[in-house]
Design a protein around this ligand. Structure first.
Ligand code: ATP
Length: 308
């Protein structure tokens, strides 16, 4: 039995239409499934918790998230014991960084086909972010500063709806990033890794903790990040002029930004981030509020994910 958690509101409402087509396929193929729908922000956490409440490693649940990248982190956050699920993902969002990094089909119909075939099961690290004592999971990345401010504005801008309507949803990140950069003021941020290595930075634009290579709609910020190596990759952008950031940012689409002075990349199992002023924080592109500090580690147990 497959359990689908569907965000009908993803890609500005297209998620609901795509789900109807997928449902037709499931019915035609006589697949046994249950589908539940998210009605508000954070709902997928509760739905995933209730769907997996009785699951065990002996009786696992095939849990499929249907939505954008934001839905994935909510679904994973609702699962208490990751060893009790097989995770599948059908993209109906606008950014699709998860598919890009995991090399999953970007087309929802192909993604469903891959899930039903269950050809390849792999392990994926699941990072845990702790903010003010509250823990939750994410799949792709979390960050503080510029990238989080971009995510926050992307989620509220009417431009996203308009660009999604004409199939150019990904461009919204680029426009918003340029606008945010104009008004941004870099601040001192310190990172402590694995309880011992301390790195103070003085003029930080942003710091991102990445489980996967891509975030922000295709920026390959940590080109060597791997979701199956048991490590987190961390990028810090510090001390560059705005003009240089502007020049450097497009090169990140190809992962070529790492050659610039002021771009620092680290690898660790745990990182604590301390900012001197409250800044926007995101996880998998969803706002996690305005924070001064948070920490990230990796769950001991990886999740089993269905791949093509
Ligand atoms: N029924 C709903 N109405 C409004 N918001 C919802 C609903 N269900 C889920 N959400 C919220 O919508 C937000 C965005 O969802 P999601 O990431 O799945 O889609 P997206 O933004 O279109 O895709 P992407 O993140 O790839 O750009 C999440 O914060 C989620 O909690």
């Amino acid at each position: 039995m497959y359990y689908f958690i569907v965000n009908p509101n993803s890609r500005s409402g297209k998620g609901a239409l795509i789900w109807k087509e997928l449902r037709r396929t499931l019915r035609q193929k006589h697949i046994s499934y249950k589908a539940v729908f998210t009605g508000y922000r954070g709902h997928a956490v509760k739905l995933a918790a209730s769907v997996t409440a009785k699951a065990s490693p002996e009786h696992p649940v095939y849990l499929i998230a249907v939505g954008g990248d934001g839905t994935i982190q909510e679904v994973l956050s609702g699962v208490k014991d990751l060893s009790c699920i097989y995770f599948g993902y059908i993209p109906t969002g606008s950014g699709n960084d998860f598919c890009r990094s995991m090399q999953l089909p970007q087309d929802p119909h192909e993604a469903l086909d891959c899930i039903l075939k269950r050809k390849h099961i792999a392990s994926m690290d699941v990072p845990v972010i702790s903010i003010k004592g509250r823990k939750s999971h994410f799949a792709i990345s979390c960050g503080i500063g510029f990238d989080a401010a971009v995510c926050h504005e992307v989620s509220v801008t009417p431009m996203k709806k308009i660009l999604n309507r004409v199939g150019l949803g990904k461009l919204v990140y680029l426009f918003v990033a340029l606008k945010q950069l104009l008004f941004l003021k870099p601040v001192p941020v310190t990172l402590r890794m694995d309880e011992e290595r301390i790195y103070p930075f003085h003029k930080v634009y942003f710091a991102a903790v990445m489980n996967q290579k891509y975030e922000g709609g295709g920026f390959k910020f940590c080109p060597d990040a791997s979701p199956s190596d048991g490590y987190l990759d961390v990028i810090v952008v510090d001390g560059l002029s705005k003009l240089k950031v502007l020049f450097c940012l497009p090169t990140a689409f190809w992962g070529k930004h790492t050659q610039f002075t002021g771009i620092h990349i680290f690898r660790c199992k745990k990182v604590e981030v301390f900012s001197t002023v409250p800044l926007a924080v995101h996880k998998d592109g969803e706002s996690a509020g305005i924070q001064e500090t948070f920490s990230v580690s990796i769950e001991k147990e990886p999740v089993k994910i269905i791949l093509p």
